[in-house]
Design a protein around this ligand. Structure first.
Ligand SMILES: Cc1cc2nc3c(=O)[nH]c(=O)nc-3n(C[C@H](O)[C@H](O)[C@H](O)COP(=O)(O)OP(=O)(O)OC[C@H]3O[C@@H](n4cnc5c(N)ncnc54)[C@H](O)[C@@H]3O)c2cc1C
Length: 473
């Protein structure tokens, strides 16, 4: 068998990013993917009817465009084009009223009333301006000394708090609901520490980068990464699930784009007992219930401006707080928090002319097999009467379907592991390097490592740096 400097298991965005970083450093590298196609959580498929291109998992990419690693790569030369919807995201308050998070902080603040608008600008504007100083700390292992400690402290002092405190800083529902929706990306009760960081981060990214889609679908990000990797001499093999270490070709380093539980299944017998025990305590987050629609026309939003928003969060500040608290305990939420993305409104390659796709998901208890699609449809119908009549076909995926689709999504957790305080700071386990395991040549490079979930490639980039220092120097 050919010997490689490095083998990467899993061709998700982090696996491919790790492989690129190693190939850029002149190391020979092979990626082995279990599924028949590359992409992990960033595939695009005709899930409903021919001509309707649905993002199977990730759709909205503020951290893809904002990724300091992706920025260095010639991904446009390999076909990636970002598409910016006119409005990054919106949060309806009733069928007719909504907050629109615009590219401009001032235009967003102007919708929040005088006092909340001033509060929003005062908190968000400096963080948007200073993003480039904070970015290396936010998008890397947290336990490094920040290069700009004072700037970082501006984010950290508020971000470390529960989102509920940040929400309380505002008086009225428009700002409260919008911040709650952003904070819900933590998939965690909003009264827990560190959830405010999500409530700040997502509006900051909307102002700084927009919330773009990839033209043609998220798969274009993957094809661009794979194209660049191949141009550097990297190899990719698909259709080979790695079950044990003996399935792998010889290599000085093996980087796993998998979760701790998958790693233990493959390499458990060469990991020391103490590390296995630590990995065994790794906590998974709640689940996601996903629906993709093929639609006969545009969603008939009563508030027409909602059609211009790429992403829409649905829920009141109260219902979001209650839902995130319920799913954390494994309980069914009365009204799940929902996110909707309308890619075909700004990217005509997604659906046949005059027709549309719609991507929606709800936060639900981990492992749930319940069908939440009628609740999701009713929420959209309430804001857009006539929506249900436009549905040509739907494709649903429960948390257990998502886990069957990708072993990394055990229980339908799409964040690579819960954002408990420990697993936000130390991800996956406490230790000096989150990426290197105690076993020689074995690394984790998935979203179960810092900075966590999202299609940004930063976990892969940092894991590769760790391997280059330790086993591939
Ligand atoms: C429904 C849903 C919606 C999402 N929405 C967004 C969004 O809008 N924006 C965003 O930024 N992120 C979103 N995400 C999260 C994002 O998709 C993930 O954070 C990201 O894909 C993680 O990348 P990764 O490379 O770490 O792992 P993955 O993308 O999970 O890739 C891992 C790869 O490893 C392969 N693999 C696993 N085990 C083995 C094995 N034993 N042998 C061989 N191959 C193996 C898998 O098949 C997979 O291809 C969403 C995820 C889901 C599921």
């Amino acid at each position: 068998m050919t010997k490689f400097d490095a083998v990467v298991v899993g061709a998700g965005p982090n696996g491919l990013s790790a492989a690129i970083a190693l190939a850029q450093a002149g190391r020979s590298v092979k990626v082995i993917e279990g599924a028949e196609t590359i992409g992990g959580g960033a595939r695009t498929m005709e899930l409903t009817r021919p001509g309707f291109r649905h993002d199977v998992c990730s759709a909205v990419h503020p951290l893809g465009l904002g990724s300091p690693y992706f920025r260095q790569l010639p991904l446009e030369d390999f076909g990636l084009k970002w598409i910016q919807p006119k409005i990054p995201f919106a949060h309806p308050l009733s069928p007719k009223e909504a907050v629109f998070v615009e590219r401009s902080v001032a235009a967003t603040a102007a919708q929040l009333g005088t006092a909340d608008g001033e509060e929003y600008s005062r908190r968000i504007e400096p963080l948007v301006e200073d993003w480039s100083k904070m970015e290396p700390s936010i998008l890397g292992p947290i336990l490094r000394v920040p290069k700009h400690p004072l700037t970082m402290a501006k984010f950290g002092w508020v971000g470390a708090l529960p989102a509920a405190s940040l929400v309380k800083a505002f008086s009225d529902e428009p700002a409260k609901a919008m911040i709650s929706g952003a904070a819900a990306h933590a998939f965690k009760p909003l009264n827990r520490m560190l959830t405010a960081s999500f409530g700040l981060l997502y509006p900051i990214t909307a102002h700084r980068f927009g919330w773009p889609f990839a033209e043609g679908g998220s798969q274009s990000i993957i094809e661009a990464l794979a194209g660049y990797l191949r141009s550097l001499g990297g190899e990719i093999e698909v259709g080979r699930w790695v079950k044990r270490m003996s399935d792998l070709p010889p290599a000085r380093a093996t980087l796993f784009d998998v979760t701790p539980e998958v790693l233990m299944g493959i390499a458990g017998d060469i990991l020391p007992n103490f590390y296995r025990r630590q990995l065994g305590r790794f906590r998974r987050g709640p689940g996601t219930f996903k629906v993709d629609y093929a639609l006969a026309g545009e969603v008939p939003w009563l508030n027409k401006r909602l059609g211009l928003a790429g992403t829409i969060h649905i829920g009141s500040s109260e219902s979001i707080a209650a839902a995130e608290a319920a799913i954390w305990k494994g309980h069914r939420p009365a009204r799940p928090f929902m996110m909707v993305a309308q890619q075909s409104m700004s990217d005509p390659t997604r659906a046949p002319a005059g027709q549309h796709t719609l991507w929606a998901y709800a936060h639900v208890p981990g492992g749930s097999t319940e069908d939440f699609s009628s609740g999701i449809e009713q929420e959209i119908e309430n804001l857009a009467p006539g929506f249900k009549d436009l549905i040509i076909e739907r494709c649903i995926a429960s948390p257990t379907d998502l886990a069957d689709y990708n072993p990394n999504y055990s229980g339908g957790d799409i964040t690579g592991g819960a954002y408990t305080v420990m697993q936000t700071v130390f991800r996956p386990v406490p230790g000096r390097s989150p990426y290197a395991t105690p076993a020689k040549g074995i690394y984790l490079c998935s979203s179960s490592t810092p900075p966590g979930a999202g299609v940004h490639g930063m976990c892969g980039y940092w894991a590769a740096q760790s391997a280059l220092k330790r086993d591939l120097a």
